[in-house]
Design a binder for this molecule. Structure first.
Ligand SMILES: Cc1cc2nc3c(=O)[nH]c(=O)nc-3n(C[C@H](O)[C@H](O)[C@H](O)COP(=O)(O)OP(=O)(O)OC[C@H]3O[C@@H](n4cnc5c(N)ncnc54)[C@H](O)[C@@H]3O)c2cc1C
Length: 470
């Protein structure tokens, strides 16, 4: 079934024409309708077809977002929030047209409270911008998706990354949000207290809602102290299964790893040549520990012993910042390095996540499926969370390859769900995974639909995403 069959959204030509006129008059140059800019604001990262909005607005304040949403509500026109467009499942597409609300001009850091370890930012601030700003405070914001995403987009997709095994995901690191809801009213979902039992948790309702309930215009985030010492390194293994079993043992022993990332042999080949790494072309774990000098040394040694038990090693680790930075830059560039394995191909990144005890089984079954299908599809994983990515490199002009890849991805998603896991550990549902939501969550989908109808009765907030058509 084509994605467009799963998420049809009717165009409202009259309403769109009215809103284009209103926003041009209200925002002037900060409202654009050129073909190139509209295309850039749709989905561009994978083979999912681009569905461009009719116009792109660049608001600078919450009040301006309210005006845009109110105009769209009055004329029943879709509103699609946009951060930097790095999402991977068609999230920013406009299947029924409408207005893209680009938050890049809402990029102020409004407050940093070092004593309380928190900060308040606008949604267009990117994770790298925030960490640059925090550098002299001794604090950092730990969530690190591979792209330099916006914090609004990260909250909206419930993003995470390599550090989640220690610091959690966006779900654990947002204290409060301000959002413009579908009726144009704003809501602030909490205060700065580290915990609260006050009523329904609207913060977490909005986190992961992918712009389908409201547009986030402010976020209050938890910050962490930069650790006194950081050590890390790379450990090769004879097989993916051995590497996965070492991860399971490390997590089950309660070693507080800050990062533990799986890279399979094919991905290692790509990273060695793209990032000039000098390690064997075999499955590897990239590992990092945070703590005191003595603590990180002890953790590294304990991990080395576990790795040996599974035939891994040598585990070469270092506390030298430049060497670690090179390793993690290579890991964050894994997506770009893997594209070099098949020049001209486009990548499709999956992101299933399973309970840690099923991790080795899920990865090895998936590798066997890749081999049987003859796909070029390296694997990297946030292994400590039981989360891994297969990047399938495909010729998007070949319908047979698209069908074969979609079949592989469907089997992978169902395999993870069958192991009590999820079809998406961090990327979200968007358009691409709509077909799997009910398999994973059953009747919960009906409750989600009830919430969506209550908060967005006109279905203007990013329609055609997350929820399957009735
Ligand atoms: C190379 C690469 C590596 C990646 N690695 C990871 C990874 O390790 N972990 C991970 O979690 N993700 C990863 N991603 C996916 C992506 O970076 C995340 O999903 C990210 O959170 C998206 O942020 P964005 O600013 O690009 O949002 P966009 O793509 O612009 O938008 C994403 C969704 O959020 C909504 N949205 C955006 N801003 C707002 C707002 N202010 N209010 C309400 N809704 C909003 C949009 O409508 C859309 O539905 C990767 C992507 C790439 C290209």
């Amino acid at each position: 079934m084509a994605l467009s069959d799963l998420n049809p959204v009717e165009r409202n030509e009259e309403g769109i024409a009215a809103v284009l006129g209103i926003l041009k008059q209200r925002l002037g140059e900060r409202f654009q309708t050129g073909q190139a800019i509209r295309t850039q604001h749709a989905h561009t990262t994978t083979y999912i077809p681009t569905q461009a909005p009719d116009g792109v607005a660049f608001p600078e304040t919450t009040a301006e977002v309210q005006e845009i949403v109110s105009a769209c509500a009055a004329h029943r026109v879709p509103v699609i929030a946009f951060g930097v467009g790095s999402s991977l499942e068609g999230h920013t597409n406009a299947p029924g047209g409408g207005i893209s609300v680009d938050t890049s001009r809402m990029n102020r850091i409004l407050a940093v409270n070092p004593q309380d370890l928190d900060c308040t930012v606008e949604p267009g601030v990117t994770r790298e911008d925030l960490n640059r700003h925090l550098r002299d405070t001794g604090l950092f914001f730990p969530i690190d998706p591979g792209a330099n995403a916006s914090l609004g987009g990260m909250a909206a997709t419930r993003a995470s990354g390599t550090n989640a095994v220690r610091y959690g995901t966006m779900r654990e690191n947002v204290l409060s949000l301000t959002a413009v809801m579908a009726d144009g009213e704003t809501v602030t979902t909490g205060k700065r207290a580290k915990k609260s039992s006050a009523g329904y948790d609207l913060t977490r309702l909005l986190i992961g809602s992918e712009g389908t309930l409201g547009i986030i215009t402010e976020l209050t985030l938890k910050l962490q102290g930069i650790p006194q010492a950081i050590s890390g390194g790379v450990c090769p293994f004879p097989s993916v299964e051995a590497a996965c079993n070492a991860v399971i043992a490390t997590v089950q022993m309660g070693i507080p790893v800050a990062r533990i990332e799986l890279v399979n042999a094919l991905q290692m080949r790509a990273m060695k040549s793209y990032s000039k790494l000098d390690y064997p072309e075999s499955p590897c774990l990239f590992v990092e520990f945070h703590g005191s000098d003595a603590g990180v040394a002890e953790q590294a040694e304990t991990f080395g012993t576990i790795a040996e038990e599974y035939g891994g090693g040598p585990f070469l680790w270092t506390s030298v910042a430049e060497e670690r930075t090179k390793l993690w830059k290579a890991r964050h560039d894994a997506y770009w390095s893997s594209l070099t394995l098949r020049p001209g191909a486009k990548g499709l990144s999956t992101d299933v996540c399973v309970p840690i005890s099923r991790f080795a089984e899920c990865v090895t079954q998936t590798e066997a499926d890749i081999a049987e299908m003859g796909l070029i599809a390296p694997i990297v994983g946030h292994a400590g969370d039981g989360n891994f990515h297969v990047l399938v490199l495909m010729d998007v002009d070949d319908p047979k390859e698209i069908a074969a890849t979609e079949g592989f991805v469907a089997r992978l998603n169902m395999r993870a769900i069958g192991m009590d896991g999820t079809c998406t550990g961090e990327h979200g549902i968007g358009q691409g995974k709509i077909g799997f939501l009910r398999h994973e969550l059953g009747h919960s989908v009906d409750i989600m639909r009830t919430i969506k109808r209550a908060l967005d009765p006109l279905d203007i907030m990013n329609p055609g995403k997350i929820l399957p058509a009735d």
